[in-house]
Design a protein around this ligand. Structure first.
Ligand code: ADP
Length: 623
């Protein structure tokens, strides 16, 4: 037997671990299983590549057993194992840069350091969160002798000769009060399912079952030893695509996506080269119920080398792609990565960046090759994609190709690209109208002149359009122009319009006097044909519908921005009014022109009774 002192850093670390209440102490089991899995990976490689190891009877597995009464938990693997030197090297010093960095961050202030330790995993040493003594019996593959390493984690450890049938490592934890709860079948199963379900090797749990024999008074209790595999042991995403069927992918989706339906589609990619990682993303058929909740649950899980790291990191994917389900599995990230570190991690940022690009181009290719499926996609996710237009500047060009809109000329949905194809030769922009009701928008008098000239207008009835589209401004160098703003109609003006405008000017002045500060201006319109009047927002003001929406959302701060009243100089009502000097008539007609324009835009009148009174007065006159 030989006694050894821990490297100073290890002592520091162990001191910290045993003196701090770790927030997720259960992760000790993940760390031990991950070590076992690594050891199996190493030996597996040798049995495949090295003649000396090819003849070994290698049955890769991890076995967990426990004894609740004696507070013991054991994790054994049939992996590469460690000899005496390895034990000293691996379990007496710290080689990992992650842990060294962690130690450098320590301040010496016990409280702060305890907080820090929770952000890092600390591998094997995390056993000391739940155990006051740990024994490691190991035999290296290809060697005869076995050794036992033991320590109470207080400054030193001992190594002695031992016996072990076969190669591999057995770690035995003598649990402390913090750890006793883990000597339980249900606890172990739960933790393994949560963190290690997709470890590629089978994990077996040994437990004692109580069976009963006989009836009534003769009934006897009988203890039975049972073994059960508790992980699914299949990292599906690690298997080659060629081996997997749609059904395999769908099954897996249901198990991770908490969904009973098949996904709409999936994207499985493997990156090799400077960075090695696998991603498997799914788009659910139906948008997740919490898509528009601020506290939505992210659907993408992070794995490092098949070991689960987190499923609660909203930064793994951009917010607008929060409807995705799936996994990212990196070969390069350290297992002991903390959340705080994750956020700033360059490896992860680059995985995220290229994943987004791949996903968007997959969406695009579905749009091109499978329009029906794309329509299903758009019905659920058009809106999040529009959020992307606003928030993901780097991918704006692609997103502009992906979003869809209703149109005054086309059935269903159309894209900017298709609109561009249909544009008139001298057309000066892509026209759109925003509001919250499709019907109102389609029947808006604002569209009359466009319809007459055969110019298509996009019908944007999603409330997000109003925020996003003006912000985007252009598609392929073509201006996006809102027809419910004052500017857009300039494009439609002919010489004839300008002449009419001059003629009607005195009347417009009189109408403006009547309406006073209810309107910003009264101008001649070139976009009306059947209707006598319409209201539009000043170029930089939010539209009338937008103002209403903000008020409905409880924003009382919204200043009452006044609309511009546009009057149709060619309309018979306007012509008749021009030739009259009846003041009462002028007042009634001015108000009616203004109020009916508001009504067709779906804006509620402040004094409907007044409107009705005027209307009745006019009817009585006419009859
Ligand atoms: P990490 O696993 O992150 O490297 P650990 O502190 O958990 O850090 O383990 C230190 C080293 O000890 C490992 O890198 C490995 O070489 C060795 N080791 C730990 N557990 C086992 C095991 N079950 N079988 C073989 N080697 C092991």
């Amino acid at each position: 037997m030989s006694k050894h002192k821990f490297q100073t850093e290890v002592s520091q670390l162990l001191h910290l671990i045993s003196h701090s209440l770790y927030s997720h102490k259960e992760i000790f089991l993940r760390e031990l299983i991950s070590n076992g899995s690594d050891a199996l990976d190493k030996l597996k490689y040798l049995t495949l590549t090295d003649d000396e190891f090819k003849k070994l009877n290698f049955v890769p597995r991890i076995d967990i057993s426990f004894d609740h009464d004696n507070k013991v938990l054991t994790v054994a693997d049939s992996g590469i194992g460690m000899n005496e030197e390895d034990l000293v090297e691996n379990l007496g010093t710290i080689a990992k840069s992650g842990t060294k960095n962690f130690l450098q961050m320590m301040t010496g202030d016990a409280k702060k350091d305890a907080g820090l330790i929770g952000q890092f995993g600390v591998g094997f040493y995390s056993s000391y969160m739940v155990a006051d003594k740990v024994e490691v019996i190991s035999r290296k593959a290809g060697e005869e002798k076995a050794y036992m390493w033991t320590s109470d984690g207080k400054g030193s450890y001992e190594i002695s000769d031992a016996k072990r049938d076969g190669f591999g490592t057995t770690v035995t934890l003598h649990l402390n009060d913090e750890g006793t709860e883990y000597a339980s079948r249900w606890q172990i199963e739960g933790v393994v399912k949560k963190y290690s379900d997709h470890v590629t090797f089978p994990i077996f749990l040994h437990y004692e079952d109580t069976a009963y024999e006989g009836e009534g008074d003769d009934r006897k209790e009988k203890k039975e030893q049972k073994v059960e595999q508790i992980n699914s042991a299949s990292a599906l995403w690690k298997r080659p695509k060629s081996e997997l069927t749609d059904e395999d992918y769908h099954e897996f989706y249901k198990s991770i996506g908490h969904d009973t339906d098949d996904p709409l589609f999936y994207l499985h990619t493997r990156a090799e080269g400077t960075q090695e990682y696998t991603t498997l993303f799914y788009v659910p058929q139906k948008a997740p119920f919490d898509l528009y909740h601020a506290d939505y649950k992210p659907g993408v899980k992070l794995y490092v080398k098949r070991v689960f790291i987190t499923d609660d990191d909203k930064d793994l994917m951009p917010t607008y792609l929060r409807f995705l389900r799936g996994i990212i599995d990196s070969e390069d990230l350290p297992l002991n990565i903390s959340r705080e570190i994750l956020q700033k991690n360059r490896i992860l940022a680059s995985i995220r960046g290229s994943s987004v690009k791949k996903l968007l181009s997959e969406f695009k290719s579905i749009a091109e090759n499978n329009p029906e499926k794309y329509l299903d996609f758009i019905k659920e996710y058009n809106r999040p994609l529009k959020e992307g237009l606003y928030s993901d500047f780097a991918n704006r060009e692609t997103l502009l190709e992906l979003v869809r809109f209703k149109s005054s000329e086309e059935e269903g949905y159309t894209s900017f690209a298709a609109y561009k194809e249909r544009m008139k030769e001298d057309q000066k922009g892509i026209y759109y109208i925003t509001g919250d009701n499709e019907d109102t928008l389609r029947n808006s008098p604002l569209l009359e002149a466009y319809r007459e000239k055969g110019i298509e207008v996009l019908i944007m009835d999603d409330e997000i359009d109003e925020i996003v589209i003006p912000n985007v401004g252009k598609y392929n160098e073509i201006d996006l122009k809102a027809v419910n703003r004052s500017g857009a109609s300039e494009d439609l003006k002919t010489e004839e319009d300008k002449e009419k405008e001059k003629e009607v000017e005195p009347l417009l002045k009189r109408i403006k006097e009547v309406l006073g500060d209810r309107v910003k201006d009264v101008v001649a319109s070139s976009r009306l044909s059947d209707s006598p009047s319409c209201v539009v927002a000043d170029e930089n003001d939010p539209t009338m519908q937008m103002q209403q929406m903000l008020k409905a959302l409880g924003q009382t701060e919204v200043a009452d921005l006044k609309p511009i009243l546009e009057v149709n100089p060619g309309h018979e009502i306007v012509k008749a009014l021009e030739g009259s000097d009846d003041k009462g008539l002028l007042e009634d007609v001015s108000f009616l022109l203004y109020q009916q324009a508001l009504l067709v835009e779906g804006v509620a009148l402040k004094k409907p009774a007044e409107f009705v009174k005027r209307l009745n007065r006019m009817m009585a006159k006419a009859l």
